[in-house]
Design a protein around this ligand. Structure first.
Ligand code: SF4
Length: 429
């Protein structure tokens, strides 16, 4: 199999391939030539991005060396749909004038005669991530119906905006009456993650891609949305902690009351929390109220790297680890939302540290998520410049899978029907 060819883009957005150069990539700061088998045809639902003011770098096979493209051209990258792990970063060399890139997960891209290729591999194939399952006309119709039924419900109006304007799949699921529906409640957060998609400092050159919910719903508004969904939807799940909110544990008292009310009305479906895990005691109270599962976001299990990215205020990485342990002890199904970055996540020291973390906490599942951020911003933020070359994301995933076969790997929050056996909790008590 041949190497794909390098792509580049002109200032008008036209993309070309360079037949004399093979496509290259990066692991952290290290330029690499991915193996031919590291590339897959660009999956349905992907996007191709130009990287403004990043000069493309190719590989001269016959000379065995890298070659920097023309400064008038820009590098090209790909963004894969849900369910895929990117294995390499794009190799675009930033020019001094380069502004930070918007908050997307950039993968290396190349060209073979049959089309675009990307350095990625599937981690979970699930209709939840298949865009063909989301018929826009049906969604618009269902939004109209719901708003006609409950015109005063602010949460419903917010979800309608998420479904129609923000392309939020969890909001779309709600209107389609199935699977995992998102329920945002919180405006606050005790972290300042470098790549937060709902809050960026005023002086940032990178805008937040989602507007945070501007109100806390009332109990009645939330119940009107949650209860019918849990009672009727196939594989029903409602989840707190969405892209359009802060940290849901900041609204722990409200959530505790809400979960008790919901469980007083229906025992069906999964109540789930996506969180940064900053407050183990709050998580414990929600578990006792009737929460079924939790997903905790971590970019690294090494404290320095965790703190440089998440910038926690008033808590530490130890609190996050305690939350994982509390979740397991309380009978929740616990996933780590592992915010991956080729060059760090696949570094041998991180692989070993993450293995130990999963073992000592008893985590049930790892969700491998491509971190949405400009790679060079992340490298500077975490001070990764001096890190030695990493093993590759496939090696990282395979190594941990081999060491800990009991840990489930995937991308999506599983519904209760798929994990009840593994936590063996009787939620009907
Ligand atoms: S924990 Fe979530 S809401 Fe809070 S700063 Fe980080 S990304 Fe943003």
């Amino acid at each position: 199999m041949d190497h794909p060819r390098m792509l580049f883009c002109d200032r008008f957005g036209q993309i070309y391939d360079e037949p004399r150069l093979a496509a290259t990539a990066r692991l952290g700061v290290h330029p690499v030539v991915p193996k031919p088998e590291d590339w897959i045809p660009l999956p349905e639902g992907s996007d191709i991005f130009s990287l403004p003011d990043r000069t493309p770098v190719g590989w001269l096979e016959d000379r065995g060396r890298f070659r920097v493209g023309s400064r008038d051209t820009w590098a090209v990258s790909a963004f894969t749909p849900p369910g895929y792990v990117r294995s390499h970063l794009p190799n675009g060399r930033p020019q001094p004038s380069a502004d930070p890139l918007p908050l997307w997960a950039y993968s290396a891209a190349g060209w073979r005669d049959d089309g675009f290729y990307v350095t990625a591999f599937p981690i979970e194939q699930n209709p939840k991530g298949d865009l063909a399952e989301f018929d826009e006309e049906t969604i618009r119709e269902r939004v109209r119906q719901k708003l006609d039924e409950h015109p005063e419900n602010r949460l419903l109006n917010h979800l309608a905006h998420c479904a129609l304007q923000n392309n939020c799949l969890a909001a779309k699921n709600y209107f389609l009456g199935r699977w995992e529906a998102g329920l945002p409640v919180s405006r606050e957060c005790p972290s300042s993650c470098e790549g937060c998609i709902s809050n960026q400092p005023a002086e940032s050159l990178v805008p937040a891609s989602h507007a945070r919910i501007a109100f806390r719903p009332t109990l009645e508004e939330a119940l009107e949305v949650i209860v019918p969904h849990l009672e009727e939807a196939p594989l029903a799940m409602v989840s707190f902690g969405q892209g359009c909110e802060g940290e849901p544990l900041c609204e722990d008292e409200f959530l505790e009351e809400l979960i008790r009310e919901v469980r007083g009305r229906t025992s069906r479906g999964t109540i789930h929390l996506n969180t940064n895990g900053y407050a183990p005691a709050k998580l414990q109270r929600l578990a006792k109220a009737g929460l079924n599962s939790v997903r905790i976001s971590i970019n690294s299990v090494r404290k320095d790297y965790y703190h440089r990215y998440h910038k926690p205020q008033g808590y530490t990485f130890e609190d996050v680890e305690t939350s994982v342990q509390v979740g397991v002890a309380e009978g929740l199904y616990v996933s780590i939302n592992y915010l991956i970055f080729p060059g760090l996540t696949d570094h041998q020291e991180e692989i070993d540290a993450f293995t130990r973390f999963l073992e000592r906490t008893g985590t049930h599942m790892v969700q491998w998520k491509n971190l949405n951020i400009d790679p060079d911003v992340y490298i500077r933020c975490l001070e990764l410049e001096s890190l030695s070359r990493s093993e590759g994301m496939r090696t990282a995933v395979d190594t941990i899978r081999h060491r800990l076969p009991q840990v489930r790997f995937g991308y999506f929050n599983p519904p209760r029907e798929q994990f009840e056996e593994s936590v063996k909790t009787d939620w009907t008590k």
